[in-house]
Write a protein that binds this ligand. Structure first.
Ligand SMILES: [Zn+2]
Length: 314
C-alpha cells in the first residue's frame, strides 16, 4: 500500500465529522469547508475520505489496492475533480464553477455512488464565482460532495460559509508530525517542527522547491530592516517578485514566514528589543499587504508601499 492511502495523521476527529455528515445523506450536508493552517493535510484528507467512500473493498477506509483507489491516487478517477486558481490574476473564475458544477447534477456518477469536486485555494474564488457557487450550494447536485479548501475562510461570503459544513483542521502535535515525516523518509527535530509550525506540507515545501524564494525573502527583510536600509534594492526586488496576484501572495507568505523565524532567533539570542519590534511591525505590514492583494490591490502598489514601510512607520 502506498503512503497515499495511509489514513491522514492527526485528523481523526475531522474525518469522523465528514463521514457522519455523509451518512446522514442530507443534501445540505454535501458541501464542506475544510479550513486551517497551510500544509497540515486538508486536501489529502479530502481525497482520502473520497477514496474511502468509493473504494471497491467496502472496508471502512480506502484499501489502496483496488482499481478505483489506484486511479484516485493518480488523481485520474473520473468522478474526482480539483479546481484551482487558473484565471487572470490567479483567480478561480465563474467559468470554472459553471464547467465543473452546473451540469454534473443532471447525470449519475459514471461509477460509484459519489463524485467529489474539490475547490482548492477557495480564497481565490472571485466574487462572481462565489455568487454562482452560492446558487449551486442552495441545492447541491445529487451524489456530489463539494469541498472548499482554504487557510483563510473569512474571505469567503458569509452565505457560502453558512451553507457548508465547517471542518477545522489544526496543526499537528509533535509526535504526529514526526510520524508523517518518517512516512516520507525524513528525520526531523523539535526545531524543524517549530520552524514550520507543525505543518508537514509546509516543511516539505521549505526543504524542496522554494529555496530561491526564501533567499530572496531574507534579502528583502535585511534591506528593509538593517540601518541605512536599501529602499531602492528592496523596491526592485519586490517588483521582480510581485508580477501577479499569485506570485505576490506566495512571496509575501514566504517573507512572513522568514520574519517569524527571525523573531524567534532574535528572542533566543536576546537581541535588542527595538529590532524585535521592527520585525513584528514588518510582519504586520506583510500581513496587511497580503490581505490587500487578496482583495484585489495591484501588486505594484504593494511593492511601492512595502519598500517605504519604515518611512511611514511613525
Ligand atoms: Zn480501494
Amino acid at each position: 500500500m502506498g503512503k497515499f492511502f495511509k489514513k491522514p495523521v492527526g485528523h481523526d476527529l475531522q474525518l469522523e465529522v465528514f463521514f457522519n455528515v455523509i451518512k446522514k445523506g442530507e443534501s445540505e450536508g454535501r458541501a464542506f469547508l475544510f479550513h486551517g493552517p497551510e500544509g497540515v493535510g486538508k486536501k489529502f484528507s479530502a481525497v482520502y475520505a473520497f477514496a474511502s467512500l468509493v473504494c471497491e473493498s467496502k472496508l471502512q477506509y480506502a484499501c489502496g489496492e483496488c482499481r478505483r483507489c489506484k486511479l484516485i491516487s493518480k488523481m485520474t478517477y473520473p468522478e474526482l475533480r480539483v479546481l484551482e486558481p487558473s484565471g487572470k490574476g490567479g483567480q478561480i473564475t465563474v467559468d470554472q464553477i459553471r464547467e465543473n458544477l452546473l451540469l454534473i447534477g443532471k447525470y449519475r456518477p459514471i461509477e460509484g455512488n459519489w463524485r467529489m469536486v474539490i475547490i482548492d485555494e477557495a480564497h481565490h474564488l472571485n466574487l462572481p464565482a462565489q455568487n454562482t457557487l452560492l446558487k449551486i450550494l442552495e441545492e447541491p447536485p445529487e451524489s456530489t460532495i463539494i469541498v472548499l479548501i482554504t487557510p483563510t475562510p473569512w474571505v469567503l461570503l458569509p452565505t457560502i460559509r453558512s451553507r457548508t459544513v465547517d471542518i477545522h483542521f489544526r496543526r499537528l502535535n509533535f509526535s504526529d508530525f514526526v510520524k508523517v515525516m518518517q512516512d516520507n523518509g525524513i528525520e526531523v527535530s523539535q526545531k524543524d517542527y517549530e520552524m514550520c509550525f507543525g505543518a508537514p506540507g509546509l516543511y516539505i515545501k521549505m526543504i524542496e522547491g522554494t529555496a530561491d524564494e526564501y533567499e530572496d525573502a531574507e534579502k528583502l527583510i535585511n534591506d528593509l530592516i538593517e540601518p541605512g536600509s536599501k529602499i531602492l534594492n528592496a523596491y526592485q526586488l519586490l517588483v521582480s517578485k510581485c508580477s501577479d496576484q499569485k506570485t505576490t501572495l506566495s512571496f509575501l507568505k514566504t517573507t512572513k514566514w522568514v520574519i517569524l523565524h527571525k523573531i524567534r532567533q532574535a528572542v533566543e539570542k536576546d537581541e535588542e528589543q527595538l529590532k524585535i519590534e521592527d520585525y513584528i511591525h514588518l510582519y504586520d505590514v506583510c500581513y496587511q499587504a497580503m490581505r490587500r492583494v487578496e482583495s484585489g490591490a495591484s501588486p505594484s502598489l504593494i511593492a511601492a508601499s512595502l519598500s517605504t514601510w519604515k518611512w511611514r512607520k511613525g
